[in-house]
Design a protein around this ligand. Structure first.
Ligand SMILES: NC(=O)c1ccc[n+]([C@@H]2O[C@H](COP(=O)([O-])OP(=O)(O)OC[C@H]3O[C@@H](n4cnc5c(N)ncnc54)[C@H](OP(=O)(O)O)[C@@H]3O)[C@@H](O)[C@H]2O)c1
Length: 340
């Protein structure tokens, strides 16, 4: 039982073979990378607050802050019961000394090397869900999953996940070894997975961990056109956050705000509740890096959207209303999920 909220956190099971986790997961990426400066003390306090509220699913990547994110998680879990956390780790992305992106490596020896470093950094003998961040296509997905299956057999990882893959790739992967969950961007303004990927995951019994449910803050209700993202915030380079696209997208947020205010909740809570309402096998990952943001996000689990609410939301933010792609062109090209 969570003392602050006085209600137990709902749980969801990731597909037919995956672990049971909190209905909301916490994504740690912004605590180490990509979204400008983050405060380490506040980041750890946020992870602690999440665990205390019953959040069990903690998502990281070995390349987030080039190891920093895993070390942060290790610090946050010190003195806690390791088994209270379901640790999800992405691997594969290569960086250079300046933090630039340098391709993706998912060859078997590279996977085993990434895992060894992650286990050491995390201070644990197993990772609960281990997944390639991207599949560049030079190694067949069967080989990638075959290597991961060996690591399951050896007890180093408990479950296999994927990230940003197409329905066809998911089907091929699942034929080699059960996939616990597919991590993919899914939100009110990122609806692509609905046509093919979500139905296939449902058919196969694969869970979904949805990231970017607030579109990286754009549809959180806290983003404004005046926000200074500075040079270290990768959002300043994203098409949806720039120029006329930003104005159009913030107009959608204003439409959402009207609905949120009528319901007495916040824009972020409506956006998260909408993803929660899309299916019992979908677990939104929220990227809160401060306790106040986390508290707001957790409030979404208490928001039940009626059919009338859902219709109003759909009218305010039609499925294809967003302006701009979710990544720039080079990063879009790396997404198996976006390949025709
Ligand atoms: N598989 C993949 O390819 C992939 C890609 C990206 C992310 N991910 C994972 O998914 C996680 C979530 O992604 P994301 O951080 O982009 O998602 P998000 O939840 O859409 O965006 C998080 C950002 O929104 C802002 N925000 C405003 N109000 C918030 C609230 N109440 N709760 C939470 N955030 C609020 C915060 O920015 P400010 O703090 O600046 O206000 C926060 O950093 C990541 O941490 C990572 O683990 C996976």
């Amino acid at each position: 039982m969570d003392e602050e909220r006085n209600t137990p956190m709902d749980t969801r099971t990731l597909g037919t073979t995956g672990p049971t986790v909190s209905a909301l997961g916490l994504g740690l990426m912004g605590m180490s990378d990509l979204y400008g400066d983050a405060d380490e003390v506040e980041s750890i306090a946020t992870i602690h607050a999440a665990l205390d509220a019953g959040v069990t699913l903690l998502d990281t990547g070995d390349f987030y802050g080039m190891g920093h994110n895993e070390l942060l998680l290790r610090d946050a879990l010190r003195g806690r019961n390791r088994d209270d956390a379901v640790i999800s780790v992405k691997f594969g992305a290569l960086r250079d000394v300046d933090g630039g992106w340098n391709g993706v490596d998912v060859r078997p020896a590279a996977i085993k090397n990434f895992l060894a470093y992650s286990l050491r950094r995390l201070g644990t003998d197993h990772i609960d869900i281990y997944r390639p961040a991207r599949l560049p296509g030079d190694v067949p997905v069967e080989d990638v999953v075959g290597t991961l299956a060996e690591l399951v057999q050896a007890g180093h990882i408990r479950h296999i996940g994927l990230s940003e893959v197409s329905a066809e790739t998911l089907r091929r992967a699942h034929a080699v070894h059960p996939i616990a969950d597919l991590q993919i961007e899914y939100s009110l303004i990122s609806r692509n997975p609905e046509s093919d990927i979500l139905p296939t995951a449902r058919e196969l019994g694969v869970g979904i961990t949805a990231y970017g449910v607030l579109s990286r803050g754009l549809i959180s209700g806290h983003w404004t056109a005046r926000r200074d993202t500075g040079g270290t915030d990768f959002r300043s380079y994203l098409p949806r956050f720039s120029g006329a696209n930003l104005d159009r997208n913030l107009a959608l947020v204003d439409a959402l705000r009207t609905i949120a205010e009528a319901r007495g909740v916040t824009v972020a809570q409506i956006a998260i509740a909408w993803v929660l309402a899309r299916g019992e096998t979908i677990v939104p990952l929220v990227g809160a890096r401060r306790r106040d943001r986390l508290t707001e996000a957790l409030g979404a689990t208490a928001v039940t959207l009626t059919d009338a609410d859902l219709a109003a939301i759909e009218a305010a933010v039609p499925a294809d209303a967003v302006a701009g792609s979710r990544y720039d062109e080079a990063q879009m090209a790396l997404l198996d999920s976006e390949r025709a």
